[in-house]
Design a protein around this ligand. Structure first.
Ligand SMILES: *[C@@H]1O[C@H](CO)[C@@H](O)[C@H](O)[C@H]1NC(C)=O
Ligand SMILES: *[C@@H]1O[C@H](CO)[C@@H](O)[C@H](O)[C@H]1NC(C)=O
Ligand SMILES: *[C@@H]1O[C@H](CO)[C@@H](O)[C@H](O)[C@H]1NC(C)=O
Length: 436
């Protein structure tokens, strides 16, 4: 069941980002002195390299050690990437990135490491045949002794590319043409590591990071920020939308939706979370980041024909989908004007390939034909439930979320003709990283 899997991923991620520290056996060190010498990423260190692997686990490197994911203890890098440094014994990685090159399945999703003048290519934590190579052999024109590297797929950059950082210089490497263009971004701090995460680009420097535009280097917003507030779990440091300590019995969603592009979003208070991107880990963001007009929170959301409809009080806000969500001109409009309904909306959903929005208000479910002008309620039925918070329809059916529980129905027909509510299933700590 797809939604359940998504929620489970979310929950695992929340558990990862907010849960208890990993058991020390993860460190794979058996003598006490070595254990004592493990670096602590909450002490404000500067990372040498950061990159996700093909599974979406993000690795943070410092000296001969690495951290896997957003919490847990350090371990020796050569435990995860055995051959790294076998030859050089320099004890650190200069730069790393995850290759994005779908045209070449033999390279796509490989994690590349740069050490002095050598490059290593790993997949499934296995060093590819022929590696390490000279950087020049694989990436002609790219300098040795790099500071940072990050992949930039077509669409975000002109073609599938890699950005290599050395000092204030950025070398744009075009994967298809194997050509390099160099720019100097003197306004950006010298990056010691760089990461692409959820289509955003981050330059890490000291214990801080700065988000930048991969084409122009432009920085918008209040940067630098302290990495310990965002990319790891540290005592006394904050975390995006802080769910830490939240009791499972207190979980309450406001809205949930999946857009046509396959992105899924969950909203709760002033934060949202992407559910579809488990390869990049999960994280809560302030809504204001994408949709500033509804920053305080929403009542209901649904997606229809490349647009996301947000309902807050008696207003409807429609945003275009895509990397830069823009509010469509003329919005917000009233519920009455846009959908032909009035009163508070609890939840709303559109099933795939359908043109009807199902709007839940109290213990009624009202259908509105989205192809009609003006829009009017075409069906108004009692619901065997009330006080629903959020609803989602996917290929596998409908889920209605109510507080810390959810109900699953196979179809809208079963939902609206069902006289008795099904047994709810409980959101657990394993699902949402909350405290049981
Ligand atoms: C990993 O590196 C450490 C110290 O650099 C070394 O003692 C150890 O033997 C290495 N382990 C492997 C599996 O190569
Ligand atoms: C990944 O590597 C492990 C051994 O390290 C192997 O058992 C497994 O089959 C590999 N998986 C794939 C998909 O190649
Ligand atoms: C980190 O950023 C803060 C401002 O947010 C700044 O005061 C501090 O000097 C920076 N530290 C480093 C090591 O870059």
């Amino acid at each position: 069941m797809e939604l359940f899997t998504k929620i489970l991923f979310l929950c695992l991620a929340l558990a990862l980002t907010n849960g208890a520290p990993a058991a020390p056996q993860d460190a794979a060190v058996d003598d006490g002195d070595a254990l004592a010498a493990l670096p602590d990423r909450c002490a404000g260190i500067e990372f040498d390299a950061i990159a996700p692997d093909e599974e979406g686990d993000t690795f943070f490197f410092k000296g001969g050690h690495l951290w896997k994911g957003y919490h847990g203890a350090a371990q020796l890098s050569n435990e995860s990437f055995k051959e790294l440094d076998d030859i050089h014994h320099i004890g650190h990685v200069d730069a790393a990135f995850r290759m994005h090159n779908k045209d070449n399945p033999d390279d796509h999703d490989h994690i590349y490491f740069f050490l002095d003048d050598k490059v290593f290519s790993y997949y499934n934590h296995t060093l590819e045949d022929g590696y390490p190579k000279e950087i020049q052999e694989d990436f002609p024109g790219v300098p040795t002794h790099l500071d940072a590297a990050v992949e930039c797929p077509k669409g975000e950059c002109k073609g599938d590319s890699v950005l290599f950082f050395k000092g204030q210089d950025v070398h744009f490497y075009d994967i298809a043409t194997k050509t390099v263009k160099t720019k100097t971004w003197s306004h950006l701090p010298a990056c010691t590591s760089a990461l692409r995460w959820l289509e955003n680009y981050y330059c890490f420097h000291g214990h801080n990071f700065t988000k930048f535009n991969p084409l122009s280097g432009e920085v918008t917003g209040a940067y630098p920020k302290d990495a310990r507030n965002y990319f790891m779990t540290c005592p006394n440091f904050g975390h995006g939308g802080d769910y830490k300590g939240r009791k499972c019995s207190d979980v309450k969603l406001d809205a949930i939706t999946s857009d046509d592009g396959g992105k899924s979003y969950l909203f709760a208070g002033p934060i949202y979370m992407r559910l579809d991107s488990h390869r990049d880990g999960f994280h809560a963001f302030p809504i204001v980041r994408n949709w500033k007009e509804v920053a305080r929170g929403v009542d209901a959301i649904f997606s229809y024909t490349d647009k996301i409809y947000f309902i807050k009080d008696d207003q409807v806000y429609i945003y275009k989908e895509g990397a830069h969500y823009t509010l469509i001109e003329g919005y917000p409009k009233t519920l009455k004007e846009e959908l032909g309904i009035e009163g508070r909306v609890d939840a709303a959903f559109v099933c795939p390939n359908e043109h009807t929005v199902h709007i839940i208000q109290g213990s009624r479910i009202r259908d509105v034909d989205l192809t009609a002008t003006p829009r009017v309620v075409t069906l108004d039925l009692p619901l065997p439930l009330s006080d629903i918070d959020a609803a989602l329809c996917g290929a596998e059916g409908i889920n209605l979320f109510k507080g810390s529980e959810y109900y699953s129905y196979e179809s809208t027909k079963i939902l609206s003709t069902g006289r008795i509510a099904l047994n709810p299933q409980k959101i657990t700590s394993a699902m949402m990283g909350c405290q049981d």
